[in-house]
Design a protein. Structure first.
Length: 190
């Protein structure tokens, strides 16, 4: 009987220890590593035509492998100069990565893909808040908004609080009583 109790206690310890295993921070953010590089990274693939889920790597001009597809399901760019946009394996998070393959921000999902660049800026997210980055991946307006439109005629409409809902046509909509406009530096327009 004593042996059965020891076995049960041992098994329950191991099953509990899995729950208390220290977790790495999946949403840790890194900085852009190189903004003025002359060494573009090129995507190479084992297959002639690159498709979602294929193994690939980003290599530099010397042929050194810099980023592998180990944690990446798909990449939206075939070259990286300052940053790339990828879908992570397992979670399918749409993220921006630096030249080392590290997360620099999440990319705002629009129309089943990364947000479009509008007037030189596109929407990004960090810790659930929306901001704007330029085509080099530099964060121009820090993520701080709950909802934000893309820029049009130098102006974006943003809010610190909004409610998201689906309309009758199943399109995601946002509602807020406190929308305001900002310019491309993030300054509020009165």
């Amino acid at each position: 009987m004593k042996e059965i109790i020891i076995i049960v206690l041992t098994l329950s310890f191991f099953s509990c220890s899995q729950r208390f295993k220290p977790r790495t921070n999946e949403n840790e953010y890194f900085e852009l590593t190189e903004l003025n590089t002359k060494d573009t990274l090129f995507r190479i693939s084992k297959n002639q035509f690159y498709e979602m889920g294929d193994d690939f790597a980003f290599v530099n001009r010397k042929g050194d492998t810099i980023i592998t597809s180990e944690k990446i399901y798909y990449t939206f760019k075939d070259t990286i100069t300052t940053f790339g946009i990828v879908l992570k394996k397992e979670t399918y998070d749409l993220i921006g990565i630096n030249r080392k393959g590290q997360r620099i921000f999440e990319v705002y999902m629009y129309d089943n893909g990364p947000d479009y660049i509008s007037e030189g800026l596109f929407r990004i997210k960090k810790n659930g808040k929306i901001g704007f980055a330029n085509e080099n991946g530099e964060i121009i307006i820090k993520p701080q908004f709950e909802c934000a439109s893309s820029f049009e005629n130098g102006i974006a409409t943003v809010t610190y609080d909004c409610y998201l809902y689906y309309d009758l046509d199943n399109h995601l909509r946002s509602k807020s009583e406190s929308w305001f406009k900002i310019d491309k530096t993030g300054k509020r327009i009165e």
